[in-house]
Ligand binder design. Structure first.
Ligand code: PLP
Length: 475
């Protein structure tokens, strides 16, 4: 597959170059020359296929000729010991994307990216150094993904005192090939320092440098997999049993782990009386599902658009944002106006100028986008109210980001803007945002991965928000 920049169709590159350089030289984002189609045989068996097999079928055409099938199979097997269960909650589907080691959906992209990088750089002598700026979730996923990957080291820059203690442990508690720098400044300062270091000639002579932010195509493609897997399950009238980390009311960690056998809705046993059953199976009139994506930088939703174009049985998307509603406003008016971001309780979505919008616009016109995406925005007050209500009515803990998605669906149903079966992507585990969730509904059950991370000791170096300080720390 060839990849070209969203800003010019000249100078197409292969997957390795697109992935290892991240941003195109002209400042654009790499997009695939064409979106491949799933073979019919794959589409008709999605409902029963193993997650890793769907991953293999999804990613294969994007890396053809560069990563052999057998290697890709190994990458996918080692990247995904966890899956993305589609469970029933209060008459809707929830696609749980938090069963990975850092309990947020970014694990799906980061773990594939790390393994793909290691393979694509085989035989290289110069070690690769990855710089990444984070406002919280990305740093943990990238650190975890690249931990102990040979030939690659990572430096994560985060704003000192502005991430949660748990996030800090996920970033700065691993050690080994992962270094952490606490920057005395904001997330924007961290990003500015990374950009400056990536362009520093002196540093470039010493080591190969790369970045791992969410505009990297190798993080995006593996995110298409869970859309296809979920849509295939729903189309076949199936859901998955709860996973180890499914945050139901009254479940302790010891009672989790129902197993990974696929079961029909009607066979799902309800152990909690508060739990509402998902919609009944419709095996004779299968319908594509509408999926609601809590969005910030719009990498996740862009991956969903790829899954749709590849042929996954998806009816429509909902782009649910907090008050940073640049994209919902664009969908309504046709005018794109980036803004400065405003702080909210769903802070991983506090983005006023979503970078991946450039990719969406490269594939779809405004009219086309309006046909497949419905926009909606949700306030902090509505988000809090939703966390409490879903807990009391359906016995399920939502994190603030997923609650934005849930409330977005409520609003659109009330306005008659959507119908049919709906699934909400749950982008993080509620225990990851306990500062917000616990005062509303009490403590959510803590998954094993987070309990483990909480025991780590933070080991990071504090630097002022100056380029010279970063260069000194790196050289
Ligand atoms: C990163 C993140 C988002 C936003 O995803 P985008 O791909 O940037 O739209 C939403 N929720 C959580 C928990 C995140 O970490």
């Amino acid at each position: 597959m060839r990849y070209y920049s969203t800003r010019s169709k000249n100078n197409a590159v292969n997957f390795a170059t697109a992935a290892l350089t991240g941003l195109a030289p002209d400042g654009g984002l790499f997009v695939p020359e064409e979106i491949p189609q799933y073979p019919q045989a794959v589409l008709s068996s999605l409902g029963t296929m193993d997650y890793r097999d769907i991953a293999l079928e999804t990613i294969k055409p994007y890396v053809r000729g560069e990563i052999p099938d057998t290697v890709l199979e190994d990458i996918v097997q080692s990247a995904y010991p966890f899956t993305a269960p589609l469970v029933g909650v209060g008459g809707r589907f929830i696609l749980e994307l938090f069963h990975g080691p850092t309990a947020a959906f970014k694990d799906f992209g980061a773990r594939f990216m790390a393994r793909a990088f290691a393979y694509l750089r085989r035989g290289e002598e110069k070690p690769l150094h990855i710089l990444v700026a984070t406002s919280g979730d990305t740093g943990g996923a990238v650190a975890d993904g690249f931990f102990q990957v040979p030939g690659i080291s990572v430096t994560v820059l985060y704003p000192k005192g502005r991430i949660t203690p748990l996030q800090e442990k996920q970033i700065a508690g691993l050690g080994g090939n992962i270094s952490a720098l606490a920057v005395e400044g904001s997330f924007d300062d961290c990003q500015r320092l990374v950009k400056a270091a990536l362009a520093d000639e002196n540093l470039k002579k010493k080591t190969a440098l790369s970045s791992a932010n969410s505009i990297n195509i190798s993080r995006l493609i593996p995110q298409a997999v869970y859309y296809t897997a979920a849509a295939g399950r729903a189309f076949a009238g199936r859901t998955d049993p709860d996973g180890e980390a499914t945050p139901r009311k009254g479940t302790g960690s010891r009672e989790w782990g129902v197993g990974s056998v696929v079961s029909k809705h009607s066979e799902v046993t309800n152990t909690q009386s508060q739990q509402t059953t998902p919609p009944p199976p419709t095996p004779h009139s299968p319908l594509p599902i509408t999926l609601c994506v809590p969005s910030g930088n719009f990498g996740n939703l862009t991956a969903g658009l790829y899954a749709l174009k590849m042929g996954a049985p998806i009816k429509q998307f909902i782009a649910a944002t907090n008050i940073n509603k640049t994209v919902p406003d664009y969908l309504a008016s046709g005018e794109y106006q980036a803004r400065t971001s405003q702080a909210t309780i769903s802070n991983a979505m506090d983005v006023g100028a979503p970078s991946n919008f450039e990719r969406m616009a490269a594939h779809f016109s405004w009219e086309e986008m309006r046909r497949v995406i419905v926009g909606v925005s949700v306030s902090d007050e509505e988000t809090r109210e939703t966390i409490a209500r879903v807990y009391h009515e359906a016995g399920y803990f939502l994190d603030p980001h997923s609650a934005v998605g849930w409330k977005g669906v409520d609003k659109l149903i009330a306005e008659n803007k959507i119908d049919g079966q709906v699934g909400v992507l749950s982008t993080a585990h509620p225990a990851k945002f306990s500062e917000t969730v616990e005062p509303l509904v009490g403590p959510a059950p803590v998954p094993a991965s987070l309990a483990h991370a909480m025991q780590r000791t933070v080991n990071s170096q504090t630097i002022p928000a100056e380029v010279s300080a970063l260069l000194e720390a790196l050289l």
